[in-house]
Design a protein around this ligand. Structure first.
Ligand code: SAM
Length: 422
């Protein structure tokens, strides 16, 4: 279970649990003229099932128009696709890709395959694509379609405008992280002297990082509120940071100035910080906040870009706990105590784990739900990512104090060295 960001901090949004494990197998393929009748049928059936056909609806006229429009779209710049479920056509998907955005122009599933997580899964893939490209995912939703609106709200879209009878909605990695790590979470993050801020945790962490930085500068990816960066800077190591959440940066600024710890706002897998470093570090399981392998590899490459030859990249990460997952069971209970239940749900195909934190107020039967999504990584996969970016594994230990790493270690501190000639 992704300790740290998931367990100790309930950074997340409220909503319905991601039921991804019930998802049916689907495939997306480009539409051909032979699909135009099906695409017309599926839009009609989906709209009819929602009770949104106008009373004076003329099906024959609409059909002819829609088939003709599909033919035009198939020739145009947007991708017009068929969603197949179990090898049969079951839905329509239209996506446009521009240098500025990924646009979801339409997604309609046949009623027989709705409520199986397919729409959620397709949108999650588009979010990953947009996140990896550093552009927003945009869509329009009709104001008379509350079901779709609820889905988009739940998936983290926010309304950014209006277009006649439609709302324009947008999702971006930055806005997503800003919602997960909002002002409230940022203010509650710091627990001086206790939990992950305890001297017993931070002491060995800072000792090890200071030793690896040597006489050079250190860069913390996802610096947060400066839990590690501030004591490391106090040790005399110049520290800079990258951070996506403006609320977390503001909380850091209540404790350290821009002169003491400069921070660049942006994505740790892409943003460049001026200067050269002997140490880059990414702790507290945070590489798993990047939800695709592509972004995680990009993060390694970004770390390499900042390092002088022979410099070190340190990752602290939990070992996936799939041994706790009996066959056919998609979830584990991490904590079950009065007032708090933690449930981790797995999508083992995507290597995704979503932590669902249920908080019950005293005496209440209602729970507040926060969710934190991660992509888990095996140590061996992490080493391969490092290799792709020009690193070699120098050491792997079970903790910051140097305990030997074993098959039973729940987490590890891995130190990679940038090979010379990169
Ligand atoms: C668990 S906190 C860790 C903060 C800090 N490193 C620590 O150890 O206390 C995770 C942080 O990662 C940040 N984050 C998540 N994804 C990010 C990304 N792609 N780029 C930069 N920061 C990111 C979040 O905004 C949050 O501040």
């Amino acid at each position: 279970m992704p300790r740290g960001s998931a367990r100790l901090k309930s950074g997340g949004r409220s909503g319905v649990p991601d039921l991804g494990w019930f998802a049916m197998a689907y495939r997306i393929r480009p539409a051909t003229p032979a699909d135009f009748d099906f695409l017309t049928d599926v839009v009609l059936e989906a709209t009819r099932a929602q009770g949104r056909l106008p009373v004076d609806f003329d099906e024959a006229v609409w059909r002819a128009g829609f088939v003709g429009w599909s033919a035009e779209l198939a020739e145009g710049p947007s991708a017009l696709c068929v969603v197949e479920v179990d090898g049969r056509s079951a839905g329509r998907l239209r996506v446009s890709r521009t240098p500025e955005a990924v646009e979801l122009n339409g997604i309609q599933l046949h009623p027989s395959v709705q409520n199986h997580g397919i729409g959620t899964s397709i949108i999650a893939e588009l979010q990953s694509e947009a996140g990896a490209r550093g552009v927003p995912l945009e869509l329009h939703v009709e104001r008379n379609n509350p079901d779709a609106r609820r889905l988009y709200d739940r998936l983290g879209f926010t309304k950014v405008g209006e277009d006649r009878e439609e709302d324009v909605m947008q999702w971006s990695k930055a806005s997503h992280q800003n919602r997960l790590w909002d002002a409230d979470t940022a203010q509650r993050y710091d627990t001086p002297g206790t939990g992950m801020f305890a001297d017993s945790v931070l002491g060995p962490t800072v000792d090890r990082l200071a030793e690896l930085a040597g006489d050079g500068r250190a860069l913390e990816l996802a610096i947060g509120t400066g839990r590690v960066a501030i004591p490391l800077a106090e040790r005399g190591v110049p520290v800079s940071g990258i951070e996506l959440s403006t609320a977390m940066i503001e909380q850091l600024r209540t404790k350290a100035s821009e002169d003491t710890i400069p921070v660049v706002a942006g994505d740790m897998s892409a943003v460049r910080v001026p200067g050269e470093f002997t140490l880059v570090y990414l702790v507290y399981n945070t590489i798993a906040n990047l939800l695709t392998q592509e972004e995680q590899v990009a993060c390694f490459r970004n770390a390499a870009r900042h390092l002088s030859p022979g410099g070190h990249f340190v990752i602290e990460l939990w070992v996936p706990e799939l041994r706790r997952l009996p066959p056919g069971t998609p979830a584990t209970v991490g904590v079950a105590e009065s007032g708090y239940i933690l449930l981790d749900t797995y999508d083992v195909l995507k290597q995704h784990v979503v932590s669902h934190h249920f908080h019950f107020a005293e005496g209440s039967t209602q729970a507040e739900l926060f969710q934190t999504p991660h992509r888990y990584i095996w140590p061996a996969e992490l080493d391969l990512m490092a290799q792709l970016a020009g690193f070699t594994l120098e050491s792997r230990q079970a903790d910051w104090s140097g305990t030997a790493f074993s098959a039973d270690s729940p987490s590890h501190v891995s130190v990679y060295r940038l090979l010379t000639g990169n």
